[in-house]
Design a protein around this ligand. Structure first.
Ligand SMILES: [Zn+2]
Ligand SMILES: [Zn+2]
Length: 241
């Protein structure tokens, strides 16, 4: 009842247009936040390294996940970070379009193999950033994905114990240093399920690696991760015509 009232209010207050291209969404699906054209332009990440999902180099082993902690054993992303995926994440994070987490989770569930019995743990924001933004986009995505997958979500397992600079302008090495020891985890229960970290974007994996290390330090094992988007490696070009 309350939810439908909120949706009605949102329809009234927010323009009923695609978040990526601003075109009106189809009248038949007035609740959509992304139009069919933009949805079709969001490209799935093809199969790559069995552990990290990154496209493999032409020769030799995967170098993308080489320095990740051993505890982080499997990471999947649903789509490449093209313009449309970037617009979706931007609107979810900064423009208050919290319902986009459902659209994003739907895409993830369509592409990423169900992890089996597990616990979804969103990557937390630092408390001050959470207060500023009022919303942790990773927790929103985890809740939506948990509903689709019928998997429990626990945002209380991980906490960010120190502020970190925005990763956007940093090199891969700086990213790792920036997020090292940024997280603290609650101790693993005796009969733990597989843990799946949830985040919006994977760039170098530094954040996921730091979070996995924090879990590993207090006894969590079998740690995987899923993200909606993945930064495009320079070797991959999206042919969008
Ligand atoms: Zn569109
Ligand atoms: Zn790899």
């Amino acid at each position: 009842m309350l939810t439908s009232a909120l949706v009605a209010l949102e329809r009234l207050l927010l323009p009923n247009a695609c978040v990526a291209c601003s075109r009106q969404v189809a009248a038949a699906t007035p609740d959509d936040l992304v139009c069919p054209v933009c949805r079709s332009r969001v490209r799935a990440v093809p199969a790559g390294c069995a552990r990290c999902g990154q496209p493999l180099p032409p020769v030799g082993p995967c170098r993308f996940c080489r320095d990740w902690p051993a505890a982080l054993d499997q990471v999947s992303s649903a789509v490449w970070m093209g313009d449309e995926a970037r617009a979706m994440i931007h609107h979810l994070k900064y423009e208050g379009y919290t319902r986009l987490s459902d659209e994003i989770a739907k895409r993830m569930a369509a592409v990423i193999v169900h992890p089996g019995p597990s616990l979804l743990v969103p990557i937390p924001l630092a408390p001050t950033r959470l207060r500023q933004r009022g919303y942790n986009q990773a927790a929103g995505i985890a809740r939506s994905l948990g509903r689709l997958w019928r998997v429990k979500v626990d945002p209380g397992v991980l906490a960010r114990i120190r502020e970190t600079r925005s990763q956007t302008e940093l090199t891969p090495t700086e990213r790792s240093e920036n997020v090292a020891r940024a997280f603290m985890a609650t101790p693993a229960p005796p009969h733990q399920r597989r843990v799946i970290l949830v985040d919006d974007v994977l760039t170098t994996g530094a954040t996921l690696a730091a979070a996995a290390s924090a879990l590993d330090a207090v006894g969590w094992r079998r740690i995987g991760a899923v993200t909606f988007a993945r930064a495009l490696p320079f070797t991959v070009r999206l042919d969008l015509g």
